[in-house]
Design a protein around this ligand. Structure first.
Ligand SMILES: [Zn+2]
Ligand SMILES: [Zn+2]
Length: 157
């Protein structure tokens, strides 16, 4: 009957759409995902989680958390700081990442990576930026990452 109302063009404003309220940023969502994954860590010393995404945030390329290798006991090999035998979270995420080198990547980690994991992330190829929540006891990786042009930014976790 009233054809103009059928397409809604002249009707009153509808309900509040998601775009009109505060939505979480992708950065916040993926950092929280890393934090949730870290809860699966079996390391006695520190629980770390990692998420690797595409730079448009449309794809999660890989995830990881720290712990012993698959099939081995779900414990640290020894109780020595920095030498507990667990694979690091970023290390597992790199192992799990089968995206080609040319794909540009963003990494979310609950804690600032160690130097060795920074090097692993460099060699993964095309990592553009690393977001992290908490500082690690050593901060040497920041200079290593900066020296190859990878941005590092701390987010409130
Ligand atoms: Zn451990
Ligand atoms: Zn590490």
């Amino acid at each position: 009957m009233n054809s103009s109302s059928q397409n809604g063009q002249n009707g009153p404003a509808g309900p509040v759409t998601p775009a009109e309220r505060t939505r979480p940023s992708f950065e916040s969502i993926y950092l929280h995902l890393a934090q949730t994954l870290s809860q699966r860590s079996t390391c006695a010393r520190l629980q770390v989680g990692t998420v690797i995404t595409t730079t448009d945030y449309r794809k999660v390329l890989a995830v990881g958390y720290n712990g012993n290798a698959s099939g081995l006991p779900n414990t640290c090999d020894r109780h020595e700081t920095g030498n507990c035998g667990c694979l690091h979270s970023e290390e597992n995420a790199v192992i799990n990442c089968d995206a080609p080198r040319f794909i540009e990547k963003i990494v979310f980690v609950t804690h600032l990576p160690c130097v060795q994991c920074a090097k692993r992330l460099i060699n993964l190829g095309n990592v553009k930026k690393i977001y992290y929540a908490q500082d690690y006891r050593l901060r040497d990786s920041v200079e290593v990452l900066k020296s190859v042009g990878i941005l590092v930014e701390q987010l409130p976790g």
